[in-house]
Design a protein around this ligand. Structure first.
Ligand code: NDP
Ligand code: GDR
Length: 347
């Protein structure tokens, strides 16, 4: 039985990847941060009582800021594959917390790579590592972007992902480690964090339809993104680690739409006119924007046999349907006299 270690297992991608690997017969280990409230909502359905025979998902406390803890977890888990998904992954927040973002996204990756290098030397073992790179690394480079497109990052998050990408390439070249860099374009799902624009929109559609919210405040509506479904994209991560040679791969649908297109489609699926509900708030604009991302996934198709199975319309519908049901349940709670949870800072 293969063993995989996933950093960032409590996030959107971590939860889909854990499902995929368990389905393939892996023993899955996840690194989780200690939090003052529960942060395992996305993986609770996969977690079994650790006292039962052979649980397929095991969790370990750890943080990408803490090398000694990472080394201990490696020694304990002895993974065949590592998927490094942990990150401060919000682009807008990275302008507010640049140093923290660099510490986790860039230096955190370096800490993990260095722990893997020492582990392999000391044990004569091999570990295959997936590094979660991003289309944000292309930033201002004109679309369509492929593996040959030079990076031009436009945020502290993107610059940190570029550093992590090159650390990974350097550890592959210098020490012969099997390290694959995914360059993934935006991927969404009903499990997407609620401060990313797609989920922010679909949550608002459900809540407006059920009378729980009046307005949706957004920033730049002209930005274009290549949006795919997260379930498809974690399959690409796995495929990268099954190749004979490690490489770098763009994962995308090859189609792009604007934030305005997304809002219009999502509201119309609920029979609403988006223009009546969406207002502009400059708080959601970024000091430097990425205008147009559209990936060329030809290499992934040729070498990994991967292509996106969910297109834009289907993705928006999947998210709207989910969030309509969620809002319906919230409405029932409100009608029964229970307040709905505070929505907090929205990104
Ligand atoms: P999420 O923001 O949903 O999840 C991030 C995960 O990282 C969470 O599990 C979070 O834990 C964990 N994490 C954050 N900080 C630390 C830390 N200091 N130490 C350990 N764990 C930490 O991201 P996604 O699932 O959407 O993305 C997964 C990865 O892929 C990220 O690296 C992201 O930057 C990258 N990426 C994402 C794309 C997308 O469109 N979704 C596209 C391209 C790249 P907690 O739950 O405790 O907060
Ligand atoms: P992105 O995703 O920055 O592409 O990073 P996000 O959904 O945050 O923004 C997409 C575009 O929408 C515009 N926008 C808004 N964004 C947010 N969050 N909130 C708003 O109110 C709003 N209004 C307009 C943004 O300006 C932007 O142009 C995501 C993350 O998952 C990264 O971790 C990942 O690397 C990239 O996708 C690929």
């Amino acid at each position: 039985m293969k063993r995989a270690l996933i950093t960032g297992i409590t996030g959107q991608d971590g939860s889909y990847l854990a499902e995929l690997l368990i389905g393939k017969g892996y023993e899955v280990h996840g690194l989780i941060r200690r939090a003052s409230s529960f942060n395992t909502g996305r993986i609770d359905h996969l977690y079994q009582d650790p006292h039962t025979d052979k649980p397929r998902l095991k969790l370990h406390f750890g943080d990408l800021s803490d090398s000694s803890g990472l080394r201990r977890v490696l020694g304990k888990v002895k993974p065949d594959e590592i998927y490094n998904l942990a990150a401060q992954s919000h682009v807008r927040v990275s302008f507010d917390q640049p140093e923290y973002t660099a510490d986790i996204v860039a230096t955190g990756t370096l800490r993990l790579l260095d722990a893997v290098r020492d582990y392999c030397l000391e044990t004569d073992g091999t570990i295959r590592l997936y590094q979660a790179g991003s289309s944000e690394m292309f930033g201002a480079a004109p679309s369509p972007q492929s593996e040959a497109t030079p990076f031009h990052p436009r945020s502290p998050y993107a610059a940190s992902k570029v550093a992590a990408h090159w650390y990974a390439v350097n550890y592959r070249e210098a020490y012969g480690l099997f390290i694959a860099n995914g360059i993934l374009f935006n991927h969404e799902s009903p499990r997407r964090g609620e401060t990313f624009v797609t989920r922010k929109i679909t949550r608002a559609v459900g809540r407006i339809k059920h009378g729980l919210q009046d307005k949706l405040y957004l920033g730049n509506l002209d930005a274009r993104r290549d949006w795919g479904f997260a379930g498809d994209y974690v399959d690409a991560m796995w495929r990268m680690l099954q190749q004979e040679q490690a490489g770098d791969y763009v994962i995308a649908t090859g189609q792009s739409h604007s934030v305005r297109d997304f809002a219009e489609t999502a509201f119309s699926l609920a029979g609403l006119d988006w223009q009546k509900f969406v207002d502009f708030d400059r708080r959601y604009e970024r000091p430097a924007e990425v205008d147009d991302l559209k990936g060329d996934p030809a290499k992934a198709k040729a070498e990994l046999g991967w292509q996106a199975t969910v297109q834009f319309q289907e993705l928006v519908k999947m998210m709207v349907d989910h969030d309509m049901r969620l809002a319906e349940r919230e409405r029932l709670l409100v009608d029964a006299g229970h307040g709905v949870e505070n929505q907090g800072l929205s990104g």
